[in-house]
Design a protein around this ligand. Structure first.
Ligand SMILES: [Zn+2]
Length: 295
């Protein structure tokens, strides 16, 4: 057994963190993992633990990641503003069978057509807030489909890119610290929640930014599927504190006051193992649902 402690466990598994066991140990970055400054200099030690009840995974290490999303991540991954634009153009030019984003947009448009009647009834464009908008290929495509998008990111270069290159409303800041974002028909977390230590609190805040009848869309890495291929999978790279299973994503939603309307697992064109879910605040769902989740 390792001496590392699984301390945060903010998902608060039914097992109370007592059923985590170590499944992977890394003494060097796996092939393909971005070499951040803190992980390039040796002394790399990291473990992945799994809850034996809900099959949630956590990444455990004592390396300092505090600077990761301030500047290191964008610089390491994309370079400068031209690098951002080139990557954006490459991704938006991918054909449907190669594009994770087109699959996501298709799924959202289909689901919204059946489960988000407000905008059509009110004869207005549907609105979407994308938390952690990154390169903004997602809002670019939804904008083409007639949606009104707001991009939110905490990196000024990504926000500038969203406003100037993609042409959507772009907000700079930390989602957890912004109170006056407004309300939207859809709030999306596309591969965001796995990057934060406390996904419960972050997801719970999304309900405050939903219009009546609104939906939350979540995409997270599917650790349960990826683990069958072993520790080298990108789902377990160091940027991810949490790697999910269908059960643990459902638990996450419940802890955040949301209920699952729809959940699917898939392997994306990029080869990523991914879970997708549409969630709705428990307050908007039947009393039967509320009773069951409070048991
Ligand atoms: Zn658990």
């Amino acid at each position: 057994m390792s001496m590392l402690k699984v301390s945060p466990a903010p998902l608060r598994c039914p097992c109370d963190g007592r059923h985590f066991t170590r499944v992977f140990t890394y003494t060097a970055p796996p092939v393909g993992e971005v070499r951040f400054n803190f992980s390039a200099g040796g002394g790399y030690h990291r473990e992945v633990w799994r809850c034996e009840i809900c099959h949630h995974f956590v990444s455990v290490h004592q390396m300092d990641m505090s600077g990761l999303y301030r500047q290191d991540y964008v610089s390491s991954t994309y370079g400068d503003a031209d690098g951002l634009r080139r990557t954006f153009e490459r991704l938006t030019a991918l054909p449907p069978d190669k594009s994770d984003n087109l699959g996501r947009v298709k799924r959202i448009l289909e689901f919204a057509a059946g489960h988000l009647p407000g905008p059509a009834q009110e004869k207005r464009a549907p609105t979407v807030l994308d938390v952690g908008s990154g390169l903004c290929v997602f809002l670019h495509r939804l904008k083409e489909a007639g949606w009104e998008g707001t991009a939110l990111d905490n990196d000024p270069r990504l926000v500038q890119h969203a406003g100037e290159v993609v042409g959507v409303k772009a907000v700079l800041g930390d989602f957890m610290e912004l109170a006056d974002l407004g309300q939207f028909d859809l709030v999306t977390f596309n591969k965001v929640l796995e990057h934060v230590a406390d996904p419960v609190t972050m997801l719970a805040k999304s309900a405050r930014h939903l219009r009546p009848g609104g939906l939350v869309y979540v995409e997270v890495p599917d650790g349960e599927a990826a683990a069958q291929e072993g520790p080298e999978r990108e789902e377990f790279f160091i940027e991810h504190h949490h790697i999910f299973s269908p059960a643990s994503l459902t638990l996450l939603a419940g802890r955040a006051g949301l209920g699952v309307e729809f959940l699917e697992r898939l392997r994306e064109p990029s080869t990523k193992y991914t879970l997708r879910a549409f969630l709705r605040p428990a307050r908007d769902r039947g009393s039967d649902f509320t009773r069951r989740t409070e048991l």
